[in-house]
Design a protein around this ligand. Structure first.
Ligand code: NAD
Length: 252
């Protein structure tokens, strides 16, 4: 498949986990990929892994999405350096879980700043070039948690914010050929999930109707579809990729 040939795809949080899986998938489909992350070493390793497997143009930038000046410089660099910007994947996100009364100011701001404000910074910077092209795809990462989750007030607020932001970007982008959609993953095997302890993880896995966690490739598949030309009439949606966990409780 070469459906991304000639397309430029920019991904935040691309050094590991879902970001790396998506970067690999877009590269496999012929895209020029711009990988951004705060973790310089992991970013270099990620780019090397992709370059070893796929003969495509890659660009890496150390970017902290919470800093709008860094984001603006990154998007400007991608657009001028690679000639265009077709797809933005707002993937960077962090968790700092606690019960509401134990969430510190720092824990609140860190999660909101990376997982929501970071996405806003990137979407705002990408909108201009995408409008100018009359084409753009913005895919942002929400979570199955966006509907509410015990111990995640900060993360849920950020991920519900992503849904509201996505629906609004969809409205503002619609007449300019820009679509905006969100993906709400369930439990996917990444370093973020590895940080969850054993019993909590087992309890959650048992709630998944499919009875197993997802693979990063499952998410990459969804992103590669939503960001494609073929998905041009789909905008403002939240796509659950979660083995059915968001359907709700089941009696068995
Ligand atoms: N893994 C899951 O089960 C799961 C479930 C639901 C939603 N998500 C969401 O998917 C996205 C990716 O998750 P993951 O599991 O791959 O996470 P991960 O922790 O494995 O990777 C996140 C990446 O983001 C980078 N990052 C962190 N802060 C950053 C910043 N300020 N600027 C730029 N990059 C930064 C990290 O360095 C890391 O490379 C996140 O938004 C997460 O909330 C994941």
């Amino acid at each position: 498949m070469n459906r991304y040939h000639g397309r430029v795809v920019a991904i935040t949080g691309a050094a590991q986990g879902l970001g790396l899986a998506m970067a690999t998938r877009f590269a496999a489909e012929g895209a020029t990929v711009a990988l951004a992350d705060v973790n310089e070493q992991a970013l270099a390793n990620a780019a090397r892994t992709i370059a070893d497997a796929h003969d495509v143009k890659l660009r890496t930038d150390v970017v902290d999405v919470t800093d709008s000046a860094q984001v603006n410089a990154w998007i400007a660099g991608v657009t001028t350096g690679l000639g265009r910007l077709d797809v933005l994947v707002n993937n960077a996100g962090i968790i700092r879980d606690n019960r509401v009364e134990d969430i510190t100011d720092d824990d609140w701001h860190a999660v909101i700043d990376v997982s929501l404000t970071g996405g806003f910074h990137c979407a705002r910077a990408a909108f201009g070039p995408m409008k100018h092209q009359g084409y753009g795809r913005i895919v942002s990462f929400s979570s199955m948690s966006w509907r509410g989750n015990f111990g995640q007030t900060n993360y849920v607020a950020a991920k519900a914010g992503i849904v509201g932001m996505t629906r609004t970007l969809a409205l503002e982008g619609a007449r300019h050929g820009i679509t905006a959609n969100a993906i709400a993953p369930g439990l996917i095997e990444t370093p973020m999930l590895a940080s969850m302890n054993g019993p909590a993880r087992d309890k959650l896995t048992n709630k998944i109707p499919m009875r197993h966690t997802g693979r990063p490739e499952d998410i990459a598949e969804a992103a590669a579809f939503l960001a494609s030309e073929a998905a041009g009439y789909i905008t403002g949606i939240v796509l659950d990729v979660d083995g059915g966990i968001s359907i709700g409780s089941s009696i068995r």
